[in-house]
Design a protein around this ligand. Sequence first.
Ligand code: ING
Length: 312
Amino acid sequence: MARTLTVGAAQLGPIARDESRSAVVQRLIMLMKQAHTRGCDLVVYPELALTTFFPRWYIEDPAELEQFFETAMPNAATQPLFDLAGQLGIGFHLGYAERAIEQGAVHHYNTAILVDQSGKIVGKYRKIHLPGHGDYEPHRAFQHLEKRYFEVGDFGFPVWRAFGGIMGLCICNDRRWPETYRVMGLQGVEMVLLGYNTPQHNPHDPSSDHLNHFHNLLSMQAGAYQNGTWVVGVAKAGREEGCDLIGDSCIIAPSGEIVAKAYTVEDELIVASCDLDAGIPYKTTIFNFAAHRRPEHYQRICQQTGIQRPLK
Ligand code: ING
C-alpha cells in the first residue's frame, strides 16, 4: 500500500513592512482552505512567513526589531491558523522569527515548525546557515543582516516520524549546502520541507544574478536526488518593499524531477500527491551507502591518492 502524502506548497507574495500579523494570517488561512479543498494533508509556508523579510534593513531601535519576532507559538495572532488546521485535519510547516528565553537568556532564531494534523507542534528547526553580513553596510541598496538578527540554530538537522513518513526541515540558505540534505539523508529522511526569501539580486555576487533561478532549483533537485528524498521548497516572492524576491516554489520528487512549480510571484498554491516510497529505489540501489561506500574502499582511496584523512 503506497504511503501517499498530498502536499500543498503555499507560496506567498510580498508582505509589507506594516502588514499586520492578523492580515498575514488571513492570507495563510485562505491558502490552507484552498489546500484542504484540493485534498492536501500538509501545507508548507515560506521562511519568515509572518512578516516582511526585515533583515533587508539596518534596524537600530531594539524595540522596533523585536516587533518582528514571535515570543510564543502559537500566539494570539497565529492561534486561528492552528485552530483551522485542527478542524480541517491538515498539518502545516511555518517559518517565523523566534524570540526564545532559554537558560535565563534571550535568544533570537530564524525558525520553522512542523505541525501535525491534530494541530500539535511535532518538529522545530532553527536556521544554521545564516547568509549575508553582521554589520551595517550603508553602501548597499539593501542589507542582508541575518547574522546580526539571528543566532545560529542549535538543533542540528533532526528528522521526525510524522505524516506516515520521515520528515525533515531546513531554511533558505541551508538548501544550498549539501551537508544539509546529507545529515538528514543519513537519518533516512523521506521529505524535506523548506521556505526561502531569495532576492533576485545578490549584493555580494551580482555576477551570478542571472543564474539565481537555476541555482535555486539545482540545489533542491540535487539534494532530493542524492538523498532519495522529496523536497518541498516554498518562496516568499515578488517585489517586497522594493526588493525583488524570486518565486519558483516547487515540489521535487526523489528522482530530482520537479512535479509541481509555481508560475507567479504572488500567493499561489501548488499541489502534488507524493508517494513516500518513491525514494526507496534510490536509497537501496544507487545511493545504498552501506553497499557502495565501504570503509576499506575509502582507506584504499586515501592511500592511493595520498590523502591521509583518518576514517573516523
Ligand atoms: N536568502 C538567500 C538564499 O540563500 C542569497 C541568500 C541570496 C543567496 C541571493 C544567494 C543569492 O536563498 C536567505 N534568506 O538565505
